[in-house]
Design a protein around this ligand. Structure first.
Ligand SMILES: Cc1ncc(COP(=O)(O)O)c(C=O)c1O
Length: 395
């Protein structure tokens, strides 16, 4: 019997469910002709700032610009070094490079897939010098000052932020969270004895509203969140040609604004985000329950300090190519996030990394497989994914 396909991601159903509200947004934009800026953008910014428990949110046209503008606004300048991880979407490093900085990679933690604070400490001890007089950390690799850390909250789970923030404060480094995959994820800060929301922990954070994200636009979108009024003010200038008021340009900026239509759509979808995240968590726990009896499949496990919002649900499997093909034969959609680490990409040969430089990243990138994950995924669909996967790895 022909089985129904199980998509990797279902973007049709949630939009059809919201058809009336989304059409009303379009009607409003149509009749007001406020296409750029205006009350719809401001309303979304306020609601998303509240959601992230921060004072400011500046809506932008993409997550890539969010990383770039946040770094520039936080004072990163040409030739500064920024630490980040090699297993992320290229946009993290594009944002760093396009802010004029140089990305220096830190190995990830094998359990969390994110920046490992211990590796960060070791890296600083071995590959940096600290000038106490100028309070500046220098990269030996580049003979340039290190000014920023960009931890990536990959797959919907925050990095271990307490020690990262502690290291950043010790060396006077700016922290820009790449929260592009982590809308609503939470981190338990032992230091503060409370849960913190992704996007509210560092000096600033970057979000993407690319359609497939937990909060996705019907087009491109992004935002910078921060509690720092000066960073927010600068990001607002950067997104709008450096203007403080019409035709008064304090700096040279960019065209990085979010359309009013997208802001209205995002505002409608934001009301459902927490519910969608909760459903993703339920689906993730069900996958883990169904798959953990297999000795060959390694499931993604949340540390006690994380509340992951499962933008992606990944497993590690042997013979990934064959396993992915078996799922494909059963019409089950899968993804690879990400198959080639950034230090091995042609785009970054000028950073002079080699194969073997990041063994954990390289090993995991060859084994990870992303399974179907979206709030409307049913138990029956998950049962079929799990059964097919277990059979494909051979038990
Ligand atoms: C980790 C990460 N950083 C940055 C981005 C860039 O976001 P955008 O595609 O909105 O530019 C993305 C989105 O794909 C991402 O997943």
């Amino acid at each position: 019997m022909q089985q129904n396909p199980i998509p990797f991601l279902d973007l049709v159903t949630p939009h059809i469910e919201l058809e009336q509200q989304l059409t009303a947004v379009f009607q409003k934009v149509l009749t007001s002709a406020r296409f750029i800026g205006g009350p719809m953008v401001e309303q979304f910014e306020k609601h998303f700032a509240d959601f992230c428990t921060v004072k400011h949110c500046c809506a932008l046209n993409s997550g890539t610009d969010a990383v770039r503008f946040a770094l520039i606004a936080a004072g990163i300048r040409q030739g500064d070094v920024a630490f980040t991880v090699p297993n992320t979407f290229i946009a993290t490093v594009e944002g760093i490079s396009q802010a004029g900085a140089i990305a220096e990679f830190i190995e990830i933690n094998e359990q969390t897939f994110s920046l490992d604070p211990e590796n960060l400490e070791k890296h600083i001890a071995r590959h940096c010098t600290y000038d106490a007089k100028s309070k500046t950390l220098f990269s030996k690799r580049w003979q340039r000052p290190v000014r920023a850390i960009v931890p990536v909250h990959l797959y919907g789970q925050t990095a271990d932020m307490d020690p990262i923030m502690e290291i950043a404060r010790r060396y006077d480094l700016v922290v820009v969270e790449d929260a592009c995959q982590a809308h609503g994820a939470r981190y338990f800060s032992k230091k503060e004895n409370r849960w913190r929301v992704a996007g509210s922990i560092g000096d600033a954070a970057a979000f993407s509203f690319y359609p497939g994200k937990n909060l996705g636009a019907m087009g491109e979108g992004g935002a910078v969140t921060t509690n720092d009024a000066l960073i927010d003010r600068t990001v607002r200038m950067l997104r709008d040609h450096g203007q403080v008021e019409k035709y008064l340009h304090e700096i040279e900026g960019y065209n990085g604004r979010l359309d009013a239509l997208q802001a209205g759509i995002l505002d409608v979808k934001l009301a459902r985000l927490s519910d969608g995240n909760a459903k993703r968590r339920t689906c993730a726990h069900y996958y883990t329950e169904r798959l953990s009896s297999s000795k060959k499949i390694v499931c993604f496990r949340e540390p006690s300090w994380a509340e992951c919002v499962f933008h992606l649900y990944i497993v590690r499997v042997p013979n990934r190519r064959e396993v992915q093909r078996s799922l494909d034969n059963e019409k089950i959609g899968t993804g690879l996030h990400y198959p080639t680490p950034l230090h091995l990409q042609k785009a970054y040969v000028h950073l002079h990394y080699r194969s073997g430089d990041f063994p954990v990243t390289e090993k995991t990138s060859a084994e990870i497989l992303s399974l179907p994950m979206f709030p409307g995924l049913t138990k029956e669909q998950q049962d079929r994914v799990a059964a097919t996967l277990v059979a494909a790895v051979g038990g």
